[in-house]
Design a protein around this ligand. Structure first.
Ligand code: NAP
Ligand code: F7E
Length: 338
């Protein structure tokens, strides 16, 4: 039986990856932080199937312990302060968790079981102010947030440990991937949650920042498959994982309202822009400058050719299916909460 250690087990990707590895017969260990009230987050339905180990990415002792306890053959480092907006408010914590934390886990592996295979959750945010479109493995990086900068350190230290110590260490440069389990602060889930609450009369309108931003959005279930495939190869390498399509935030908003039976149209420009319900004339979407970022990533569009050709990976969930799945789940949840 293969053994895997997943950091960030309670997050969106951690829970989907755990399900995939359990299905494949792995013994799964999950690293989680101690909280004042025990909360398994997205992994709550797997409490009887996973061995949880307490630890923190900023505490190397706890990571050495997690490696000793798990004796993992494969380590998936998904733990991070993953919200870009918060990275301006907590730049140091973000650097310590998302940057130095990667060196900590690599050292823990090197100390306890250097032959273990390692996956690092790198990100399209490293492309930031994009230097070419579409972005691929060879595109130069230009991060635009403390999060992107910290992740770039994690990316390079992973490559460096591969080259310095011949460790099997891979980075997946994953573009945005969402799901019914996405945190409520990320734009897609903020939208589907708000649309459901508006539908059931619990909220008046949705306030957003830059609706011109373009993202390459896929479903997390597809993307965790790519993580696993990377660790099944003969040699370690880095891969872009994306859909090859990009959409504006505004398109996501329109489609989410449409799937909830509330067609809207946008009128006005800039901070005066509004989304109006075609049937009732009510203002359902407004711009609030408080959600603008100090530096923005305007466009992300990934080229997944290398992952498709070398890993045999491809995404199954389309943009329309992603929005539909998220809106359905939030409509169900909000209606039962109500
Ligand atoms: P997520 O839902 O925010 O999950 C992150 C997890 O990391 C949470 O379980 C969190 O634990 C844990 N964590 C945070 N700080 C920690 C620390 N100091 N020590 C130990 N654990 C800590 O993120 P996700 O969307 O699943 O993303 C997974 C990984 O992929 C992250 O590294 C993210 O940066 C990266 N990534 C995500 C995307 C995307 O679009 N989703 C794209 C590219 C890369 P708590 O539950 O205790 O907070
Ligand atoms: O923003 C714009 C915002 O917070 C997407 C993380 O998983 O993907 C994610 O980072 C876009 C940005 O994700 C609001 O300005 C407009 O342009 O959903 P997001 P992100 O910043 O792209 C990457 C790949 C990761 O690695 C990260 O971990 O939407 N936007 N109005 C807004 N965004 C938010 N959150 N809230 C708004 O009101």
């Amino acid at each position: 039986m293969k053994r895997a250690l997943i950091t960030g087990i309670n997050g969106q990707d951690g829970s989907y990856l755990a399900e995939l590895l359990l299905e494949k017969g792995y013994q799964v260990y999950g690293l989680m932080r101690r909280k004042s009230k025990v909360d398994y987050g997205n992994a709550a339905h797997l409490v009887n199937d996973i061995e949880f180990v307490y630890g923190d990415m900023t505490d190397i002792v706890s990571l050495v312990n997690a490696m000793r306890v798990s004796q993992a053959d494969e380590v998936y480092n998904l733990a991070a302060q993953s919200f870009v907006g918060t990275s301006w408010e907590q730049p140091i914590a973000t650097a310590e968790i998302d940057g130095v934390g990667v060196a900590n886990i690599l050292e823990a592996i090197r100390t306890v079981k250097p032959e273990a295979k390692f996956y690092q959750a790198s990100t399209s945010e490293m492309f930031g102010l994009v230097q070419e479109t579409p972005q691929k493995e060879t595109t130069p990086f230009y991060p635009r947030s403390p999060y992107g900068v910290a992740k770039l350190y994690g990316h390079w230290i992973t490559k460096n440990y591969r080259e310095s110590y011949n460790m099997f260490a891979c980075s997946g440069i994953l573009f945005n991937h969402e799901s019914e389990r996405r945190g409520l602060e990320f734009v897609t889930r903020k939208i589907t949650d708000a649309v459901a609450r508006i539908k059931f009369g619990l909220q008046d309108k949705l306030e957003l920042g830059n609706m011109d931003a373009k993202r390459d959005w896929g479903h997390a279930e597809d993307y965790v498959r790519a993580m696993w495939l990377m660790l099944q190869q003969e040699t370690a390498d880095d891969y872009v994982v994306a859909t090859g399509e990009t959409r504006m935030v505004r398109e996501f908003v329109e489609l989410a309202f449409k799937y909830a039976g509330m067609d809207i149209e946008f009128v006005g420009q800039g901070i005066e822009e509004k989304g109006i319900c075609k049937k009732t004339g009510k203002v359902l979407v407004e711009v609030n400058p408080k959600f603008f970022r100090p530096a923005e990533v305007e466009l992300l569009l990934g080229d997944p050719t290398k992952a498709e050709q070398n890993l045999g990976w491809n995404r199954k969930v389309s943009f329309e299916q992603l929005v539909e799945r998220m809106i359905k789940a939030d409509l169900n949840r909000v209606s039962s909460e109500k």
